[in-house]
Design a protein around this ligand. Structure first.
Ligand SMILES: [Zn+2]
Length: 330
């Protein structure tokens, strides 16, 4: 097969996302301006039973801070951010609580922000990644669930146990690992992985050393991601990555013609969820050198620009549909 779907959009080698649990309004003090400066989108994990309310949850380090309202999260979506469900109550989700914590929370949050919710983010710790919680996520139309496991995500993984890299000043005992702006980056470069950073609300000093970083550490992380990543890192919200990942995993390529004059293929979707709102693939094709003088791809007969990535290799990022024809010729 001389047509190949890239592991990540735009043919990037690795992926970087960052998430902010609790979706606090105080993110506007430091985190949001730092994001605007670097052009990296962030992601809010909203506690749906507390939208717009001052935080008063158990002994939370963030009590006294305020959760964003639906309107305030709409403003963040307009800036390119995304929103996930961080449960209704932020408590341990027992089997008889899943309809409210997973099902009703999704509907209320969608209403509040005016956008679909496809991602669940486990509150507290991985206790809330229990089988009954993940089964409810699947039943209620989520496409993925994020844990607190410090590891990469890889192109072949399923999405109901997404790992997150703690972007914290210090880890919990017994390791007390210090803040590392390079954490998991070399690993992601080598394995073609996806890093999802996790913190809460970086301020002058970390609010809690084991739960957060400082604003200067956040800035250093972004500088490191961009300087190490150069043009090989794709910075995106988790939904965009999930949509790409699922479209790639559920697309089959059939060869219709493979002659010296033309290469023609048909794309077939195989069980792709209706909730994948954006269906885009980056395709690499091996073609004769003569076809590289004016790189083009024909999508259902219409020419679109392609780019040259290597001698005899063309690349195009295309919005795809079931049954679509992709062709290359001179
Ligand atoms: Zn939380």
């Amino acid at each position: 097969m001389s047509l190949h779907i890239c592991n990540w959009k735009h043919g990037k080698r690795w992926v970087y996302s960052i998430t902010y649990d609790e979706a606090l309004i105080e993110l506007h003090r430091f985190a949001v301006p730092i994001h605007e400066e670097y052009g990296i989108p962030g992601h809010l994990e909203a506690v749906v039973g507390h939208l717009g309310k001052i935080r008063q949850l158990g002994a939370s380090s963030y009590n006294g801070f305020r959760h964003m309202s639906g309107e305030e999260m709409r403003d963040m979506i307009a800036r390119g951010w995304g929103v996930g469900n961080h449960s209704w109550s932020h408590e341990v989700i027992k089997p008889d609580m899943v309809d409210r914590e997973i099902g009703e929370a999704r509907k209320v949050l969608e209403e509040a922000i005016g956008s679909p919710i496809t991602l669940f983010c486990s509150p507290g710790n991985n206790v809330n990644m229990a089988d009954h919680v993940l089964a409810a996520c699947r039943k209620h139309g989520y496409l993925g669930a994020m844990s607190l496991t410090d590891a990469l995500n890889r192109p072949g993984d399923e999405l109901f146990w997404l790992n997150r890299t703690a972007l914290h000043d210090q880890f919990y005992e017994p390791f007390y690992s210090e803040f590392d702006p390079f954490r998991n980056i070399r690993h992601a470069q080598e394995d073609g992985g996806w890093i999802i950073d996790y913190c809460h609300c970086p301020l002058e000093k970390p609010v809690h050393r084991n739960k957060d970083c400082s604003e200067s550490q956040l800035r250093r992380r972004f500088e490191t991601v961009l300087s190490e990543g150069n043009d090989e890192v794709w910075c995106a919200v988790p939904e965009e990555v999930m949509f790409y990942h699922l479209t790639r995993r559920h697309t089959r390529i059939e060869t219709i013609a493979d002659t010296p004059q033309e290469k023609r293929y048909r794309l077939r979707f195989d069980g792709l969820s209706e909730r994948v709102a954006c269906r885009t693939l980056t395709l690499d094709a091996d073609v004769p050198a003569a076809w590289c003088r004016e790189p083009k791809v024909w999508v259902n007969g219409d020419a679109q620009p392609a780019s040259l990535v290597w001698p005899r290799s063309l690349r195009a990022t295309v919005d795809v549909a079931d049954g679509m024809e992709i062709a290359f010729h001179e």
